[in-house]
Write a protein that binds this ligand. Structure first.
Ligand SMILES: [Zn+2]
Length: 313
């Protein structure tokens, strides 16, 4: 108990989240909208993050259940978003997209909104197919919102879904390896992705670079293919998903990183800060053991995320 208290205090000293309210005024910050997994009993929104740049929420990474409410609590608007990124399309990462899109109907956005995510396979639609399945004006679940995709009218701005395709020959350019692809750039940021292993589900890890800093999101992965540490090399902040305890086995471990794997990747990549999110009932309450396993490999600052926490890289 005493050790747990000491480690808890130390972890607060290593890296304390700044107040959520100040996130929106930050030059560069990441705000956790959802720090939980698919369970509702964890009392957390499911996976979702915002990148604030110069006081505007410009990037949304994932939009699991509860993300839309946290998005409004954070003071963000869809009109300010430059891009939405999906790590993968499991319910706990993707299913608040319709709520966000519908909410934006009442804003004054005019520019297109790009949405990037993985290709599909027999278990999952591609990102393009997912957005079309929701909003296609003829066949979509929410066909009444078809104006967001239809090129035939100017009633609203347009969603621009795109698959990140690592099979493309275009990947093999001089500036990118065949495992890391620059996906999106504008005057505020450069965004890259790499494919990661998450069972049979197509999944991506994301890197957002802005103001000379880099924030990397593991998404859900077992971390076994080596791609995450490549993307996270020298990152200023790595948000890793702490979905399983150290002794996890079977399917759980095939889908997610154990704490020691997170620690090994953070150490190999030499990341400057580690934030642990996607917390579930099987890891909540096990923070001492989790930090202990991580610190066998990685001695940098490590902290557990809660909804609306704000971290500056
Ligand atoms: Zn998940």
């Amino acid at each position: 108990m005493k050790a747990r208290l000491v480690i808890g205090i130390l972890s607060c000293l290593w890296l304390a989240p700044v107040m959520a309210q100040s996130c929106g005024t930050a030059e560069l910050a990441v705000q956790v909208l959802g720090s939980g997994g698919p369970e509702l009993a964890d009392k957390r929104a499911s996976s979702s993050y915002l990148i604030w740049i110069d006081g505007k929420a410009r990037v949304l990474v994932d939009a699991g259940g509860g993300a839309a409410l946290r998005f409004s609590e954070a003071g963000a608007t869809v009109s300010d978003l430059d891009v939405i990124l999906f790590s993968h399309l499991h319910v706990d990462h993707a299913n608040d997209l319709p709520a966000l899109v519908k909410s934006s109907y009442f804003e004054d956005r005019t520019r297109a909104l790009p949405i990037y995510g993985p290709l599909g396979n027999k278990f999952m639609p591609s990102t393009v197919a997912y957005v079309r399945a929701l909003f296609d004006g003829t066949h979509g679940v929410y066909r009444y919102l078809g104006d967001f995709l239809s090129p035939l009218n100017d009633a609203t701005y347009k969603l621009q879904p795109r698959n990140v395709d690592f099979r493309s020959k275009l990947v093999a350019s001089r500036k990118t390896s065949n495992k890391i692809k620059i996906v999106f750039t504008n005057e505020h940021m450069r965004i890259s992705a790499t494919p990661v292993l998450h069972g049979a589900i197509p999944a991506l890890a994301w890197s957002i670079e802005s103001k000379g800093k880099r924030i990397v999101f593991s998404g859900d992965t077992n971390g076994e293919d080596g791609n995450l540490e490549l993307l996270a090399a020298q990152a200023d902040l790595l948000i890793a998903h702490n979905a399983v305890p150290e002794d996890a086995g079977g399917v759980e471990r095939q889908l997610h990183m154990s704490p020691s794997v997170i620690g090994r990747i953070a150490q190999t990549a030499e990341v400057k800060q580690l934030v642990l999110s996607h917390r579930m009932r099987r890891t909540l309450g096990h923070e001492t053991e989790t930090l202990g396993a991580i610190k066998k490999h990685y001695n940098g600052p490590s902290v557990f995320a809660n909804d609306l926490d704000c971290f500056k890289p």
